[in-house]
Design a protein around this ligand. Structure first.
Ligand SMILES: Cc1ncc(COP(=O)(O)O)c(C=O)c1O
Length: 299
């Protein structure tokens, strides 16, 4: 859609952009300066796949301080933009036939990645009458034994709605009770005009079953830089993620975007044994949080 709009603009047409979350300001000068200096200083070579350790440490410190998410550098994975976190998390956790609950209207990639993985995609209707908040009664009727993941997006694209704290707490209780994962898309969390953002990962028993998706595209107007990250449990997601990377060769930006744009495309990755993608230590109501995520380990 953006490409079509840009093509019209190239022909001299005036277009009002409602199609993508592009901030209406430029990347701040101090960030551009730091990047230019880093390039001049030779930071142009391969780095560790999960991101520079110092950068991951800074993210963990800031996000545990600001959002109360219990994490350290090992829980942070830096990616080219935030979108790969959606793709990798679902690739690691969803099996064919697993149910993925997602907000509708919502960011379209949640549904398309679910479809790509042959998960059952189950929309949760956000209505204007309910302030575009999740309808908890509808959610309860849609949870089944196959529910594996629920996507939360607050502040929400496209409505701008912020989930009420009591809704976030109720969703957390349902996730613990029915034992499913949360993909918490918090990319707009710092674009909040009133109140405080409540991260579901900060609630008791939630860090080990939540993948927080965030990045720098929106807050710092860095959409073209492609810089995002996820905060997640060390065990369940990262080993199958690594396995997926090994099986499919190097996951590149283009492979992820090709996957997300073709809803039921078949690739060699889809042929890989399902069991190797499923996390060995699925969160369970009885298993305590690993020590690495216990509040005492907060930095
Ligand atoms: C709700 C939501 N999540 C994630 C993203 C992806 O962010 P990025 O451009 O860093 O991949 C967007 C971008 O528009 C978005 O609106």
């Amino acid at each position: 859609m953006l490409a079509r709009a840009q093509a019209l603009e190239a022909q001299g047409r005036k277009v009002v952009h409602l199609e993508i979350g592009e901030p209406d300001f430029d990347t701040p000068a101090y960030i551009r300066k730091a990047a230019a200096e880093a390039l001049e200083a030779g930071f142009t070579h391969y780095g560790p796949s999960a991101g520079l350790p110092e950068f991951r440490r800074l993210i963990a410190e800031q996000w545990s301080r600001e959002r109360g998410i219990p994490c350290d550098a090992d829980n942070v994975v830096v990616t080219p933009g935030a979108k790969p976190i959606m793709f990798f998390a679902m690739l690691a956790l969803l099996e064919e036939g697993d149910e993925l609950l997602y907000p509708n209207p919502g960011f379209p990639i949640y549904e398309s990645v679910g479809n790509f993985l042959n998960a059952r995609t189950v929309p949760l209707v956000l209505s204007e009458q309910n302030g575009f908040d999740l309808d908890l009664r509808e959610l309860e009727t849609k949870i089944t034994a196959r529910t594996r993941m629920l996507v939360l997006n607050s502040p929400h694209n496209p409505s701008g709605a912020v989930m009420k704290p009591e809704t976030v707490e109720a969703v957390a209780a349902l996730a613990r009770k029915h034992d499913f994962w949360i993909l918490a898309d918090e990319i707009y969390a710092r674009i909040l005009y009133e109140g405080r953002h409540l991260s579901i990962a900060s609630l008791p028993g939630m860090a080990e079953r939540t993948i927080v998706l965030d990045g720098f595209s929106k807050t710092y107007a860095m959409t073209g830089w492609r810089l995002g990250f996820g905060i997640m449990e060390k065990g369940p997601v990262t080993p199958p993620w690594r396995a997926a990377r090994t099986r499919c060769g190097r996951w590149s930006r283009s492979s992820a975007s090709a996957a997300t744009s073709s809803s039921r495309a078949s690739t060699s990755c889809r042929a890989s044994p399902a069991s190797s993608r499923r996390a060995p230590s699925t969160p369970s109501r009885t298993s305590p949080a690993p020590a690495s995520r216990a509040p005492s380990s907060r930095s």
